[in-house]
Design a protein around this ligand. Structure first.
Ligand code: C5P
Length: 287
């Protein structure tokens, strides 16, 4: 018998590197990125109900910017799986928000992925991961990567996945009260001449080996120069993390968040003391 309530942690992600390859005809950009889940997560709970509705709960500073209507990605996800699942009914979807919004941490995509997985169980749809990923990529480029529990090397517009090996590292996450819209960040990259970062091979080796010093030296994100030029606060956060002793620091996704890499958990907590409101996270979370 199908369960009456399903609860899922919807983990945020960071982009350990993000390399933009080229603008495409369809308005997207081909990219390569190592996407790692982090310990910070929203909770998605779905329950049987007559109709379909989404309720977003959490601190006002987090939920204020979450779209409540048709643009809510969890609702889009529910409608998408509803179409694909013969046994779909109604559902109450409750999202407890902890992931900052429009922060480059994939919060909306994580909620969408969590909703797909939870409703698949609640409604007994029996859809496999590949089918859920096909539904997910229509919702957002990040959604397929958020369906898998571990780190992924992504390509295409972000929807093509290969499993990646990555040890667990400690990070200090600095986030802001504003977001950066992805379409803007990618358009600025075009306008500013589209610089492309290095071959990520040494970074991938360091991530797999658990070598924080080497990983810190190799972190990069091709969207940084254009975003930093328009949001100097984000550039200052990265400089601040580096001068406070982070082994490396990088903006996640199209911003606005920046993560600083620490050597271990104790270093991460002492680094975080210098950045009020920052969070200490493990990425990927240790099992
Ligand atoms: O797929 P998603 O909804 O996250 O993309 C939002 C926007 O970000 C796209 O419409 C596009 O402008 C930009 N984008 C891009 N290349 C990607 C991913 C996103 O240009 N690989």
């Amino acid at each position: 018998m199908a369960p009456r309530e399903v609860r899922r942690e919807a983990h945020a992600k960071i982009n350990v590197f993000l390399r933009v390859l080229a603008a495409r005809e369809d308005g997207y950009h081909d990219l390569e990125s190592l996407v790692a889940p982090i310990s910070l997560a929203d909770t998605v709970t779905v329950r049987e109900a007559e109709a379909l509705r989404v309720d977003v709960r959490g601190a006002e500073r987090l939920t204020g910017d979450v779209p409540a209507g048709g643009l809510n990605l969890a609702l889009v996800a529910a409608l998408a799986i509803g179409d694909a699942c013969p046994d779909a009914g109604g559902a109450e979807i409750v999202i407890e928000k902890r992931i900052p919004v429009a922060a480059g941490l994939g919060g909306g995509s994580a909620d969408a992925a969590g909703t797909l997985l939870a409703l698949n169980d609640l409604w007994g749809c029996g859809l496999d991961l590949a089918t859920l990923a096909q539904l997910g990529e229509r919702i957002g480029s990040d959604v397929p990567a958020m369906l898998v529990a571990g780190p992924a090397l992504v390509s295409g517009r972000g929807e093509q996945l290969a499993p990646a090996e990555m040890a667990s590292f400690w990070w200090v996450l600095v986030h802001f009260g504003f977001g950066v819209r992805s379409p803007d960040a990618y358009r600025w990259w075009d306008e500013d001449g589209g610089a492309r970062g290095p071959d990520p091979e040494p970074l991938l080796d360091a991530a797999a080996a658990g070598d924080a010093d080497a990983l810190g030296r190799h972190l990069f994100n091709d969207l940084e120069p254009s975003v930093f030029a328009r949001y100097p606060d984000i550039a200052r956060a990265k400089e601040g993390l580096l001068s406070a002793g982070a082994l490396g620091a990088v903006m996640s996704g199209s911003g606005s968040s920046v993560v600083g890499l620490a050597g271990d958990e104790a270093d991460a907590w002492s680094l975080a003391e210098r950045f009020p409101g920052s969070l200490v996270v493990a990425g990927p979370p240790a099992h």
